[in-house]
Every structure is written in structure tokens, then in C-alpha cells.
Design a protein around this ligand. Structure first.
Ligand code: NAI
Ligand code: 3PY
Length: 312
């Protein structure tokens, strides 16, 4: 079995030996420009069109959870990957725990008013603020898939009222489930902390705009852990300035790296990280890919297949 690997930043010196160890029967090589030699599987992130074009592969694995970049490239270059070739993505592979760490720490930061105390500290003011109550701190998770469900489970342990919104209803312990555009308004009404874990698809781009934000509870918070295109950044800034929103924690942006003159950098109630909420962990990703290839070779059912029409 021949496997080709391409990632713009991952170190092949770390990935290739680990892949060979996990797939002892396979020849694994780094793909380089001009390599037209046969391959059965391709493991990729932001692949050049020429790497995949015309290949009769048994499968392509995206080396991340989101497949928006590969699907948008496919839209521009449909010849890159024939329709019948399955595309897979990483399901969890350690990203769930990272998302839990991120979401829990930030929700507790807001709930315990550490942002307000930090602002008071800057004025050297010793002032005891009124405590927030759990029952006024409903957390709404947009996207209740692999990562959204994990984040919900970790927040449930802290006793917050929880709700989620997805395409179809979910049965997650302690979480009220809303589904579809017809239930979005009900989901938003009373949500105090909105956490976004949707995939980037034509249906979700620009979803978090002023209209959506205005339906949240007053003094609410937004945490964007998914993709920058989900949030209309000017609307977010407007809602922060009007006081409707009390704070935002952003990991992803409409442009990455975020340009140095972007107003989000300077906003006192915006915290941010540079798209690091959940990284691909080599060991867990390789275990998932090796197990999936094994099942495909034996003709078994596998997880992680992307529905190219649905867009995730
Ligand atoms: N910031 C970061 O470091 C990372 C961000 N991500 C982002 O997180 C996203 C979610 O990942 P997973 O949970 O693994 O995806 P998933 O495919 O398991 O879950 C997606 C969820 O969104 C819902 N959904 C999709 N379209 C919808 C629509 N139109 N209306 C309502 N609900 C809709 C689905 O029903 C499902 O519950 C990824 O697509 C990726 O963009 C993933 C990993 C790291
Ligand atoms: O896996 C993903 O989709 C990511 O965004 C990782 O950075």
C-alpha cells in the first residue's frame, strides 16, 4: 500500500516514522512537487491541486476536523478529486479535550467576573462585584457534533443550564436540544454564553450577525472556536460597543493572521488566541487514520467520512 503525506507546516520527520510504525505494511512518503507515482491513500492539509488531481485513490484524509478549505478548493478545482473518492476528516483525536479546556476555562473566567476584576485592577480599584448566578448563565452551543458534544459534557459538570443547536435533535445528557432554522430563535432567547462549534458551510457562513446577537440575553458573551467566517466581525464590534455583548473570546477570524490594524486587536472586551483552540495531535490522529485504513481495507464501516454535498 502506498501512502502520500502533505502538510504545509507539520514536520514530516515526526509524522512519517510514526505513520510507518502504525501502518507496517505501507510505504509512506512525503509528497513533493512532480511526484506522480501511484498512491492508495493521501493524508493532506491545504494540498496543492496537482498532488491529488487524476489520482485513483482509495481515500483522502484531511489532517484536521474542518474540511472547509479542501471543499472550497474542490469547488474551484472539481478535477482535484473525483466524486467517488471518499474524503475523511479527523473525529476528535484529542481535539475534544482541548476544546473542553478552552471552553471551561473561558466560561468560568466570565462567570467569576475575572474580566471585570482585571479592568478594576487596572484602575487600582478594590471593589467587590455582585456575583453572577448559574441560573442566569445559560450556555448555548452552536453545533452539537463531535466537539460540541464534548464541550457540552464538560460544562454540564459545572452545573450550568445548557442547550445546543444542530441540524437534527440530539440526545445529550443535561442539554436541551434545538434543531434547524425554525428553532434557532428559541435557542438564542435567554442564551447568555454562545459557543460556536459549527462547521463552515454555505448554510453557516455569516450566521452570527447582529440579528442573531440581538436575540441573545443582554450582557451576553460569544466564544468562537470554529471558523472566522461564522461571525460578522463588524456586527460583533457594534454589539460590544452598544453594550449588548459583554465580551468575546475569539480563536478564529475572517482573515488569519488577523491584520495588525484590525479593530478587534484593540478592543478592551475582546480576548483572542491565534487559531489554537484545538490542534491536531500526531499520535491520536495517526491512530485514527491507521485504524480507519485498516477497516477500509477489510471492507468495514468507518467513521469520519465527509458528506461533500452537505459540506462537512
Ligand atoms: N479552532 C480550532 O482550533 C478548531 C476548529 N474546529 C472547527 O470545529 C468544527 C466542528 O467540528 P466537529 O464537532 O468535529 O464537527 P461535526 O461535523 O462533528 O459537528 C458539526 C455539528 O454542526 C451541526 N451543523 C452543521 N450544519 C448545520 C446547520 N446548517 N444548522 C445547524 N447545525 C448544523 C451538525 O448538526 C453537527 O452537530 C469544524 O468544522 C472546524 O471548523 C475544529 C478543530 C479545531
Ligand atoms: O482541525 C481543524 O479544523 C482546525 O481548525 C485545526 O486547526
Amino acid at each position: 500500500m502506498e501512502i502520500i503525506f502533505y502538510h504545509p507546516t507539520f514536520d514530516p520527520a515526526c509524522w512519517l516514522p510514526a505513520l510507518r510504525k502504525a501502518l507496517p505494511g505501507a510505504n509512506v512518503r512525503e509528497w513533493r512537487k512532480g511526484d506522480d507515482e501511484p498512491a492508495d491513500y493521501a493524508l493532506v492539509w491545504h494540498p496543492p491541486v496537482e498532488m491529488l488531481r487524476g489520482r485513483e485513490l482509495k481515500g483522502v484524509f484531511a489532517l484536521g476536523a474542518g474540511v472547509d478549505s479542501i471543499l472550497s478548493k474542490l469547488k474551484a478545482h472539481p478535477e482535484m478529486l473525483a466524486q467517488h473518492i471518499p474524503l475523511f476528516r479527523l473525529e476528535d483525536t484529542g481535539m475534544g479535550l482541548q476544546m473542553q479546556e478552552y471552553a471551561v476555562s473561558q466560561v468560568l473566567h466570565w462567570f467569576r467576573r475575572f474580566d471585570d476584576y482585571q479592568a478594576l485592577k487596572q484602575q487600582a480599584r478594590w471593589l467587590e462585584l455582585e456575583e453572577y448566578r448559574r441560573e442566569d448563565f445559560t450556555i448555548g452551543i452552536l453545533g452539537a457534533g463531535v466537539l460540541g458534544a464534548k464541550v457540552a459534557a464538560s460544562l454540564s459538570a459545572w452545573g450550568f443550564p445548557l442547550r445546543c443547536w444542530s441540524r437534527s435533535h440530539k440526545d445529550l445528557p443535561g442539554v436541551t436540544s434545538f434543531a434547524g432554522t425554525e428553532e434557532l430563535g428559541e435557542f438564542l432567547h435567554g442564551t447568555r454564553v454562545l459557543i460556536n462549534l459549527l462547521p463552515d458551510t454555505p448554510a453557516t457562513k455569516g450566521l452570527i450577525d447582529l440579528n442573531v446577537i440581538n436575540q441573545l440575553a443582554d450582557n451576553s458573551y460569544i466564544m468562537n472556536l470554529a471558523r472566522g467566517v461564522h461571525v460578522v466581525e463588524n456586527d460583533l464590534l457594534q454589539a460590544l460597543d452598544s453594550g449588548k455583548l459583554r465580551g468575546a473570546m475569539l480563536d478564529v477570524f475572517s482573515r488569519e493572521p488577523l491584520p495588525a490594524d484590525h479593530p478587534l486587536w484593540a478592543h478592551p472586551r475582546v480576548a483572542m488566541t491565534p487559531h489554537v483552540a484545538a490542534a491536531t495531535r500526531a499520535d491520536e490522529a495517526i491512530a485514527f487514520i491507521a485504524a480507519t485504513i485498516g477497516k477500509l481495507e477489510r471492507g468495514e464501516i468507518v467513521n469520519g467520512r465527509v458528506d461533500r454535498v452537505r459540506g462537512y
